[in-house]
Design a protein around this ligand. Sequence first.
Ligand SMILES: [Zn+2]
Length: 177
Amino acid sequence: MRILARLWHLAGFGGNNAPPTRQRHWEMLAAAGFISVAAACMQVLPDQHVALAYLPTWVVPPTCPMHAMLGIPCPGCGLTRSIILLAHGNLGGSLEMNRMGLIFGLAILAQFPYRIAALARPGRTILSRPWTKGIAAALIAGLVINWLLAISIWPQRDELAPVAKAPHVQVQPTGSP
Ligand SMILES: [Zn+2]
C-alpha cells in the first residue's frame, strides 16, 4: 500500500502539468539507481523473508500493514521480492512473487535512458505530461487488476505460502477461500 501511495505521488497526480524539473529527473535517476543496487544486494530467503545478499541473518521485517492485519496481500505485496529475484535473473521466481514485478523492473530500468536523456537536453520534452501520467496510471491499474486476479482466481506466491512474520508477530494463514 505504501508503494501505491508513493507511486501516486511520483506520478504527480493532483499536481500541475508543468514539465518535470531537473531536480525531479535527478531524484528519479537516483531512486532508480538506489533500487537497482539495493535489489542486487538483497536476497529472498526460502521462507520468503528478504535479507542482505551475503548476510542472510540480516532479515528485513515484513512491512505490509494490510497483510499483517487482514491476512490478505495488498496490490504491492511480493513486489519487492519480485524485483530482487528479477535482479538476480530469476524470472520464474519473480513472476511467481508478483506478476507486475517484471513490468516495474522494466519501468525502473527505463528511468536510466529517459532521465539521462532529459538531463542531457534541457528544455526538450521527451515524454509529455499526459504520457508520463498515463504510464503511471497504467502501472497502478496493472497492480490493482493483478491483485484482484491474485486474490480471486489466479493465486500468486503470497496465497500459496503466506509470508512468515517476524518471530514476535503471530503467523496467520491467508484469508483466501
Ligand atoms: Zn502488501
